[in-house]
Design a protein around this ligand. Structure first.
Ligand code: IUR
Length: 450
């Protein structure tokens, strides 16, 4: 398509018309080839953000983005068993670290490709890179070898996989167009389509620390992902999960690895295990390995409890560059040995409860913002993350606190937390006068294909 016609396409979407498949394809080709100017891409993204896209347009966008690069290819014998999980992003979300090996232990092949976002705290790869020797950079040939050995891998996105998404995602980030349902749908699914998986589960977060704050907006995104995923030939299901408080008790790369290890030993926080088994159960059911999502969740739980998931994790680490002795120590060692291997921050500072009360909520977003300032996240692509920075929740929602009781332990490499940081952290703790109570479930709803 001639360059002059790009303004016509932008105008069409700006005025609320729908785009034809060929128009979407030509736009994405231009984005990939670098012939569409950044300003034009930004304008188109904003037009899509404001005017939306119907399911057919979103499907065409996802297909065109998937076709912008290379697709992966897998042995015929793995057909139907190739699965993946994606999350829209949450604070303390270490689900993938436990879920990928647990699924491998259930006979699946899990070629998990993870982005490296600009979140307040790191993504899945950043967490794994807290482990000395771990390598996220793996070619398609290496991925296949790792899947043969361990059943799962967690790697970075290569330049060749859906390159159009790389361009669009970076520009969405700087044009306030991240939270567009069709753009999120096409971004996630283009990569999964190029990955050639049979089944996909998406953890769509909602709440105060999620991209989509309301249950209704998260449900709409989930329905879009499930419908468009199905049209792409990927059996897709979604779980709507709460993201107000951090998931589990730990935030920050090294601490999250330790917590994921507990989950892989059949221990650890209940909400983390709930999410891992619910998402894995959906996948086992979707790929025909379990008769229902509930039975699938039971199978996942057994893999966590019987040590097979932990063995798959150790095999994955070994296959991705971690020296075997370190992988062994991490998976079979004591808490102290694990901490020594991962390293610890110079300072651990406890915050006291300002008064008596019952924990009503621990707001994840202010906590994540302070940890970001302390070095746990990145502001620009290429920034380095300090894996030792993090925080441990010492209390749970619903628990009664005494005045002065430590409720949060901050791990950092600086001297002292600043007054503003302390204040922001203390404000994250919401106390009420209720009787102690059990926290509610994380998963609010499942969204299944028709
Ligand atoms: N993850 C993606 O891969 N794409 C997106 O747009 C979002 C999360 I939001």
């Amino acid at each position: 398509m001639a360059e002059g016609s790009i303004p016509a396409l932008i105008r069409k979407k700006r005025d609320g018309e729908r785009l034809q498949d060929e128009e979407i394809e030509s736009f994405v080709r231009g984005v990939t080839a670098g012939t569409v100017q950044e300003g034009q891409i930004g304008a188109m993204l904003m037009a899509i953000r404001l005017r939306g896209m119907d399911a057919a347009e979103t499907l065409a966008l996802a297909r065109a983005m998937a076709a912008s690069g290379r697709a992966l290819a897998w042995p015929e014998g793995w057909r139907g068993r190739l699965v993946d999980k994606h999350s829209t992003g949450g604070v303390g979300d270490k689900v993938s670290l436990a879920l990928a090996p647990a699924l491998a232990a259930c006979g699946c092949k899990v070629p998990m490709i993870s982005g490296r976002g600009l979140g307040h705290t790191g993504g899945t790869l950043d967490k794994l890179e807290a482990i000395p020797g771990f390598s996220a950079a793996q070619s398609p040939e290496q991925m296949r070898r790792i899947l043969e050995q361990a059943g799962c891998c967690i790697v970075g996105q290569s330049e060749e996989l859906a390159p159009a998404d790389r361009v669009l995602y970076a520009l969405r980030d700087v044009t306030a167009t991240v939270d567009s349902q069709p753009l999120v749908t096409a971004s996630i699914l283009s990569k999964k389509a190029a990955e050639k998986v049979s089944a996909l589960v998406v953890d769509v977060k909602f709440g105060s620390a999620a991209l989509f704050p309301t249950l209704e907006s998260a449900r709409q995104l989930a329905q879009s992902l499930v419908a468009v995923g199905g049209r792409l030939g990927i059996r897709t299901a979604a779980a709507l999960s709460r993201m107000d408080a951090p998931l589990g008790r730990c935030v920050g790369s090294s601490l999250e690895v330790l917590e994921a290890l507990q989950c892989l030993e059949g221990r650890g926080p209940a909400d983390l295990r709930e999410l891992v088994t619910a998402l894995g159960g959906l996948l086992l059911w979707q790929c025909g390995a379990a008769p229902s999502a509930a039975r699938g969740a039971g199978r996942l739980a057994r893999a966590l409890d019987d040590g097979s998931a932990l063995r798959a994790f150790e095999a994955m680490l070994g296959a991705q560059g971690v020296p075997p002795a370190s992988a062994r120590l991490l998976c079979a060692g004591s808490a102290a040995q694990r901490r020594r291997l991962l390293g610890q921050a110079a300072t651990r500072q406890d915050l006291p409860a300002p008064r008596a009360g019952t924990v009503q909520q621990v707001e994840a977003l202010p906590l994540a913002r302070v940890l970001h300032e302390l070095g746990a996240g990145r502001t620009r692509v290429g920034d380095t993350i300090n894996p030792r920075v993090g925080a441990e929740l010492l209390v749970s929602v619903g628990q009664r606190l005494q005045p002065g009781q430590p409720w949060l332990r901050v791990h950092h490499d600086g001297a002292e937390l600043g007054a503003a940081q302390r204040q922001a952290l203390q404000a994250a703790l919401a106390l009420c006068e209720d009787e102690p109570f059990e926290p509610g479930p994380r998963v609010a709803e499942l969204v299944l294909p028709r």
